[in-house]
Design a protein around this ligand. Structure first.
Ligand SMILES: [Zn+2]
Length: 66
């Protein structure tokens, strides 16, 4: 079976904040920051067993009030 979308070479993921679809370029690298187009949340790419996973990016210089 040929997947017609196979030539897009995009990895789809979901924003953890607003559940919007996010596309991750296939040539993205681990540690790259992607930003949700819907809510503007930033996530860091982390390589998992099933491809990339998103983890919330730490914002340096803010919210260190603990
Ligand atoms: Zn979002």
């Amino acid at each position: 079976m040929i997947n017609r979308e196979g030539n897009q070479r995009k990895i789809m993921s979901k924003c953890q904040e607003c559940d919007a679809d996010m596309s991750i370029p296939q040539d993205a690298v681990e540690g790259e920051i992607v930003t949700c187009p819907e809510c503007g949340s930033s996530f860091e790419l982390s390589k998992g067993t099933n491809g990339f996973q998103l983890k919330p990016a730490q914002t340096v210089g803010e919210d260190w009030g603990q």
